[in-house]
Ligand binder design. Structure first.
Ligand SMILES: [Ca+2]
Ligand SMILES: [Ca+2]
Ligand SMILES: [Ca+2]
Length: 219
């Protein structure tokens, strides 16, 4: 069925909301099922602050981040697209480097609803895994629901050019969840950003989660 002009316009607005570099709308727990669009929004809309956070309360769903901002774009001397293209094998051409308004350390929170359990019964042919990909210029700590899941503290100048891929399925709850990231720009005031992607991956029946490509020359 051909799209009407009105539906084309709606699709265009939806596409802008989903792929625009700064998305203000939140995906909360009211959805009946997890759609690709929700996953898309999930990886785009972050709340951020430069204000120093003590302890780990800020990494939990109980924390109120109403006075935080929506994420700003990161900064690279050569431009964000050029920086993204330097991340070896990065699969999502629409993901943008994000950051706080400035500062050496930025705190990110992304709340999202998971309306049902992911399917991971061994009797099922198809299983569901939620996989995230992260890199930061320069270091980061990644939390899911208050638990430290992964940390990059490598001071290699180029390690931001490869990404980490993390299966977070076992850390998720049905209902409200949160990804939280503390990112630090360690080396210079010109190049900083966080690049994030989330994907619902189907495994089983011969399908598996492909590891990130390995960049020759290390990191
Ligand atoms: Ca690093
Ligand atoms: Ca890396
Ligand atoms: Ca840097």
């Amino acid at each position: 069925m051909p799209f009407t002009t009105k539906s084309r316009l709606l699709l265009a607005i939806l596409a802008l909301l989903l792929v625009g570099p700064i998305v203000v709308d939140d995906v909360r727990a009211q959805h009946e099922d997890l759609t690709l669009e929700q996953i898309e929004a999930l990886k785009q809309a972050w709340h951020v602050t430069n204000a120093r956070q003590n302890g780990l309360f800020w990494t939990t769903t109980s924390y109120n981040d109403d006075d935080w901002n929506t994420a700003f774009l990161g900064t690279f001397e050569d431009g964000l697209s050029a920086a993204r293209s330097k991340v070896y094998g990065w699969p999502n051409v629409e993901a943008e480097w994000i950051w706080a308004r400035g500062g050496v350390t930025a705190y990110f929170r992304r709340e999202f609803g998971l309306p049902r359990s992911l399917i991971n019964d061994e009797d099922e042919d198809i299983q569901e895994r939620l996989v995230v990909r992260i890199t930061a210029n320069n270091n980061y700590s990644f939390y899911v629901n208050g638990v430290l899941v992964h940390q990059d503290s490598a001071e290699d100048d180029d390690d931001w050019m490869t990404y980490d891929q993390i299966d977070v399925t076992e850390y998720l709850n049905v209902g409200d969840n949160i990804f939280a990231i503390e990112a630090v720009n360690t080396d210079d005031p010109e190049n900083y950003g966080l690049l994030f992607d989330a994907e619902l991956v189907l495994t089983g029946s011969g399908r598996y989660i492909a590891p990130p490509p390995v960049r020759e020359g290390g990191c």
